[in-house]
Each structure stands twice: as C-alpha cells, then as structure tokens.
Design a protein around this ligand. Structure first.
Ligand code: HEC
Ligand code: HEC
Length: 254
C-alpha cells in the first residue's frame, strides 16, 4: 500500500537539500568521473559519437540519413534536450524517455530498426546526447498531459515492495547518507545516467540501475523500457527539476 500525501507535489527531502549521487561516491570514483580521459564510460561515448555520424544501408540500398544529417552538431542541437525527458511524444501520445526518443528517430526518421536497449550502441548514443546538457538542471514540468504518468511513478516510489518490503523512499529519502553493504545510500537521482558501474564492468542505463534496486528488495523487476520504469523516471526527473543538481552524464559508480 502506498503512503498517502496531501498533494502530488509534497516533498520529503526539501529541494535545497538535494545532492547529486556523485557527491556520495569515493574520491577515486569522483576523480574518474571528472575527467573525460579517465572516465571508462567514454569507451561507449566514442561509439555513440560514431553512430551519430553513421549512415546505414536501407533495404533499397540507399544510405539512411545519419543523426548528424538532421541534427548537425550534438553540442548545439542537443543542448538541454535530456533535461526535459521523459516527455510525451506528441504523435503517439505516449510517455517516452531519451532512449525511447532516440529509437523513434531510428524508426520514424531513419527508417532503420530500433536499437536494442542496453546495447553498447544505445548506451553510447544516449550518453552522447545526454552529455550535451552537462551543467544544466533537470527541467521536467508536470501538467495535464503527463500528470497521470507522474502519479503512477510517484505511487510506485512510495509503495513497499518485495520480500524486504521497502519502498524507494525508505532508502533514498529517509536513509540517504547511511551505509548499506559497504555503499553509501544516495538520494537516488538520475542526473548521471547512463553511467559506468564497476560492479557491471560496463555502462548501464537508468532502467538497469532501477532494476538492481528492485532486485535488492526482492521485488518484481519491471522490464527495461517498461511503462512502470518510465513513470518512475518521470517522477525522479521532476524531483530534481530546478534544483542545484545538474546533468553530469556519464557518471561512474561502484
Ligand atoms: C534497500 C535500499 C534501497 C531501496 C529500497 C531502493 N534503492 Fe535505489 N539504491 C540503493 C543503493 C545502495 C544504491 C547505490 C548507491 C546510491 O547511489 O544510492 C541505489 C542507487 C539508486 C540510484 C542511482 C543513483 C546514482 O546517483 O547513481 C537510483 C536512481 C535509485 N537507486 C532509485 C531507486 C528507486 C526509484 C527505488 C524504488 C523502486 C529504489 N532506488 C529503491 C538502495 C536502495
Ligand atoms: C530525418 C531527420 C532525422 C534523423 C535522421 C534523426 N532525427 Fe532526431 N529528430 C528529428 C525530428 C523531426 C525530431 C522532432 C520529434 C519528431 O518529430 O519525431 C527529432 C527529435 C530528436 C530528439 C528530441 C529533441 C527534443 O528536443 O526533445 C532527439 C534526442 C533526437 N532526435 C536524437 C536523434 C538521434 C540520436 C538520431 C540518430 C540515431 C536522430 N535523432 C536521427 C529528425 C531526425
């Protein structure tokens, strides 16, 4: 059962007290994250940059357009874009995250097959696009078009789950700063995703991270790209909107 709040926008942690997940990791990891030369996530970013410029053969034999042929330089055209995801796609009316948007461009505009979620290509291109917003605060506003999804995400956030019977709020709002199995629990923000995680020995998406938290409490792991995880992502994006937390993708985590 979800805890009830008087209004949809009530906060447990005040906006002024919000801190990026990067402030909770060890100095070593912070040093890696700060340098684009040392950050292991750049092995994926390089692939993302190559994909941005790449054309692929269409069934007709004609080359597809590349991301760059429509969007030009990512640091200009993609500046600020990741801060307003998840968002409603106007054509389908569905809530989509950045990966979802990229796949819509693949299918709608490039006439190519969608990228496989969690593939090196998808992680690389997502990080490459997200990076163009480094230094900017999240900017997800809730209005009549996305309120229903926001409520679902918020409800999930405050619902006890799994054999361990804990909700997201119990760890990330009520016990942040405490240690759990050698790790400091952060406030659970999304500004550094996709991120390289030592435990995975690779880059991973936000949805993969959320599934790891669900697995931690022995709860059902909603599939990558599912509406449940995207609703949750919308709530998380709203939570840090207009705070001092800024986009820092790609992060480095334990
Ligand atoms: C039992 C405690 C616990 C619960 C419950 C839990 N998490 Fe986590 N979560 C962690 C730990 C530990 C980490 C890794 C350290 C960190 O960054 O907080 C983490 C990491 C995260 C991160 C990555 C933060 C970053 O900056 O790298 C996000 C986002 C997150 N959790 C969201 C959630 C959401 C949403 C839920 C509910 C579905 C949830 N967590 C439930 C313990 C928990
Ligand atoms: C043929 C032109 C075309 C190509 C090629 C294309 N896009 Fe797009 N892109 C668009 C259009 C048009 C939109 C506006 C949304 C829509 O109509 O689907 C858009 C929107 C986007 C957005 C969202 C921008 C925002 O402000 O929310 C992102 C991110 C994006 N594209 C990334 C990519 C990536 C990455 C690729 C390559 C994998 C790509 N696009 C290839 C035309 C294209």
């Amino acid at each position: 059962m979800a805890m009830s709040y008087a209004n949809d926008f009530e906060r447990v942690v005040p906006k002024e007290a919000l801190r990026s997940g990067a402030t909770f990791v060890s100095e070593d990891l912070r040093t890696l994250q700060k340098s684009d030369d040392l950050n292991p996530a750049f092995l994926w970013v390089i692939q993302g940059e190559a994909l941005w410029k790449k054309t692929e053969a269409l069934p007709s034999g004609v080359p597809s357009e590349s991301c760059a042929s429509c969007h030009g330089q990512s640091n200009l055209s993609m500046r600020g874009v990741s801060t307003h995801y998840p968002q409603i796609d106007k054509i389908s009316g569905e809530l989509i995250n950045l990966e979802g948007r990229i796949n819509l461009c693949r299918t709608r505009h490039q006439h190519l097959p969608p990228l496989v979620l969690e593939s090196d290509e998808m992680l690389g291109i997502t990080a490459y696009v997200a990076m163009a917003s480094r230094g900017l605060p999240m900017n997800v506003q809730i209005d009549s078009t996305n309120l229903e999804y926001f409520r679902k995400g918020r409800n999930l956030y405050y619902t006890r789950m799994g054999q361990i019977n804990l909700a997201c709020t119990h760890c990330h709002e009520q016990n942040w700063g405490r240690k759990l199995q050698g790790e400091t629990i952060s406030q659970g923000h999304i500004n550094d995703f996709p991120a390289y995680r030592l435990e995975w020995q690779r880059m991973g998406s936000l949805h993969r991270r959320l599934r790891a938290c669900l697995s931690g409490v022995r709860a059902y792991m909603f599939p990558l790209g599912s509406s449940e995880l995207t609703d949750l992502e919308l709530f998380l994006a709203w939570r840090s909107t207009d705070s001092k937390i800024t986009v820092e993708s790609p992060g480095v985590r334990r």
